[in-house]
Ligand binder design. Structure first.
Ligand SMILES: [Zn+2]
Length: 276
């Protein structure tokens, strides 16, 4: 067979015609299901990974990808069928568009580190011994376990004149970050603006607790359970951040980019800080 193909003058052309057409390049151009492969499958896998659903990024839609799609569909309360309709793809892509942490890029560029008087607090070892174990009433813990502030300027606050959706609190790089309330991880991923970030649905409040600019990629994945005050990461400056700080958001039910809305977390943070 190989021999006859090698000797057949027209066979090269026929072989080319028999090759499958190249997959559409753009994610969302076609429904994606098990057995498919291509650049768009790879994009799907990258987005699912960013959303905190662990799988291998290899451009092949195998059983692991099908299971990850199913988990994503279930978490987002979509029809669970294990394949991506165009609608599914659009919805997934939308999760990673726009200013996730509300730091308007232009403003960040206009405000270099010096102009907002960022002062580093020193390394985390200085904060050692300042950790607190007691929990505030209502089942909350202050999200930074160590020396910190509650923001240094108006622009660190919710709103902040730029649609800032959370509170920026400065602490030494590496200071432990802990769950303000235990619950279930909804997202664990990376975003250009947010850096390494986590979204945890509080088991008691039903609200979403959002932690951004974490130093390291989370060891947690969507669906994992955490308890109140459990260490979930460390203060960092990943993403679009000037200086090590925790950007913390509170979202009313039904939560982060799922119909809830962000509200000023500062009053609650002050309360938790007093107790913990
Ligand atoms: Zn922020």
């Amino acid at each position: 067979m190989t021999w006859s193909i090698a000797r057949c003058a027209g066979c090269a052309v026929i072989a080319l015609l028999l090759l499958p057409a190249p997959a559409p390049a753009a994610f969302g151009d076609r429904p994606l299901r098990e057995g498919m492969a291509g650049e768009d499958v790879r994009v799907l896998q990258v987005l699912l990974t960013k959303a905190g659903f662990r799988l291998t990024v290899d451009g092949r839609f195998g059983p692991r990808t099908r299971r990850a799609v199913g988990r994503w569909e279930s978490d987002r309360e979509r029809r669970v069928d294990g394949w991506m309709s165009r609608d599914d793809s659009l919805a997934l892509r939308r999760e990673f568009r726009g200013p996730i942490d509300g730091h308007a890029p232009a403003r960040e560029v206009e405000a270099p580190e010096g102009s907002v008087r960022l002062v580093r607090l020193g390394d985390a070892s200085l904060a050692a011994g300042e950790s607190h174990q007691a929990l505030a009433p209502g089942g909350h813990a202050f999200p930074i376990e160590g020396r910190h502030d509650l923001g240094r300027s108006e622009s660190n606050r919710f709103g902040g004149g730029r649609g800032h959706q959370g509170q920026d609190m400065f602490a030494g790089c590496g200071t432990p970050v802990r769950a303000a309330q235990g619950g279930t991880v909804r997202f664990a991923g990376y975003h250009a603006a947010a850096g390494n970030f986590l979204v945890i649905r509080g088991a008691g409040s039903g609200e979403d607790y959002v932690y951004m600019h974490l130093r390291d990629a989370a060891e947690l994945a969507a669906g994992d359970k955490v308890t109140t005050a459990e260490r979930i990461g460390a203060v960092g400056s990943t993403g679009r951040a000037s200086g090590c700080h925790l950007h913390f958001e509170l979202w009313s039910a039904p939560g982060w980019y799922r119909g809830g809305s962000a509200y000023d977390p500062r009053p609650k943070l002050r309360g938790w800080d007093r107790w913990t």
